[in-house]
Design a protein around this ligand. Sequence first.
Ligand code: DGY
Length: 334
Amino acid sequence: MTSKKKPKVYITRKLPDAVETRMRELFDAELNIDDTPRTLPELVAAVQTADVLVPTVTDRIDQALIEQAGPQLKLIASFSNGFDHIDVDAAARRGITVTNTPNVLTEDTADMTMALILAVPRRLAEGSRILTDNPGEWAGWSPIWMLGRRIWGKRIGIVGMGRIGTAVARRAKAFGLSIHYHNRKRVSPATEDELEATYWDSLDQMLARVDIVSVNCPSTPATYHLLSARRLALMQPTSYIVNTARGGIIDEAALIQCLREGKIAGAGLDVFENEPLVNPKFLKLSKEGKVVLLPHMSSATIEGRIDMGDKVIINIRTYFDGHRPPNRVLPGRS
Ligand code: DGY
């Protein structure tokens, strides 16, 4: 009996133990046990020796790196839903297949989006800080203390009605929000009926009419600064914006200015333009209760990470069994 040579798989970050163990069983897997982010020279060495690279959203797999890949590199099986960190077109030109891990982060991300939608108008982080930072300061309940803004009965405008946008809409509807959305394509009549959703082909017009904006579209060259200074200026001064997609979709400098000048009431942000750096002006706004900031954790559940690992494994195995992997990212989509 001939035993097939295991593909050499280079994994850039620490993954859950269950995923790493399975990868060691199936592949010649190089793990990153202490989770130190890989340097560029390490990534170059990896693409010159491994058959499969398993990066995450923290690795920049750009054209310059891909051009240094050896002929053995066949697959970039990203441990991520988004693939804006990978130059998919450059990979295709080198005959390298790219895959991602869609679907498994949808519900977790939608949950955290909903948490941010509630957190800012209802002053959740501010209230918690009062007790933890200055415990003696709370004099007890008062009718006019810590008043926020009601969610029920307001309008949400979802920018990007894909899987996550739709999951946010389902939750928002249960919280009494009426659903408005802008998307490249209108969703099916059945989904619109279920959500009682109103479609806006003009993003500008929708922004001016909703109370909460939720950013749920992918990051592509076309969505870079989609929420530009001009568009943010269309929002109402009592409105809020929540972003759990990618930082670059909102012009951060313009958002900071709108928040400072009271042109937008508040923001809930899980993602930032220059992660892991966060603009210090946001920290000041956080102290003033105008923003709630999270460190890119909207998909962070152990179940979700294990599901992502399973998807990566299936994509690698399918590829090396000679079939098209289920989560192939086609060129021209980034
Ligand atoms: C992804 O995988 O794209 C997410 O941003 C991780 O949370």
